[in-house]
Design a protein around this ligand. Structure first.
Ligand code: MN
Length: 190
């Protein structure tokens, strides 16, 4: 099965200035496209030729894992953003207050995990099989599905996600990213 670049749910300039058109052109149009092109080049003739991205995340290693997970992670990341500010739905707020104390405590803890992740990777909010929420940081292409968790939200902290707009200021990028999150979509994954 051939994998293709997913459609963005907004126009490429819609998230500016928090995320510029130039960042989208590189991050979505070049980095994500390259992971997908690599994956399509790697899988023919392997057991993953007809596998879903989730199956490859759970079972593959090396280059196939890296490119499949980066395809999944970026699709999930871009699909969770919106140019229109969204209030957090009550059900999600209640779950966050139960597991982190308050939305503000959750924001602080999540952004801290993302800001302090050493090198390239992703910060995640996930739910376990009982619906308990947790924050984790994964290096490189890491994904909580590998740990039996259900991802709800992710922040990309690879330098390519922020270097055009924020240079080395990862914390500034994360503060702007927070305001782009579509909390309705996050709540829908609960
Ligand atoms: Mn990225």
């Amino acid at each position: 099965m051939s994998h293709s670049l997913p459609e963005l749910p907004y126009s490429p300039e819609a998230l500016a200035p928090a995320m510029s058109r130039e960042t989208m052109d590189y991050h979505y149009g070049k980095h994500l496209k390259t992971y997908i092109d690599n994956l399509n080049r790697l899988i023919p003739g392997t057991p993953f030729e007809d596998a879903t991205l989730e199956e490859m995340i759970l079972k593959a290693d090396g280059s196939i894992f890296n490119n499949a997970a980066q395809t999944w992670n970026h699709t999930f990341f871009f699909n969770t953003l919106t140019p229109t500010p969204v209030d957090m739905p009550q059900a999600l707020k209640t779950a966050i207050e139960r597991d982190f104390g308050s939305v503000e405590d959750f924001r602080t803890e999540f952004l801290q995990a993302a800001a302090t992740l050493f090198g390239s990777g992703w910060a995640w909010l996930s739910a376990d099989k009982d619906g308990r929420l947790s924050i984790s940081a994964e290096s490189n292409a890491g994904n909580p599905l590998r740990h039996g968790l259900r991802p709800l939200l992710t922040a990309d902290v690879w330098e390519h996600a922020y270097y055009i707009d924020y240079r080395n200021r990862r914390a500034d990028y994360l503060a702007a990213w927070w305001n782009l999150v579509d909390w309705n979509i996050v709540a829908g994954r609960l």
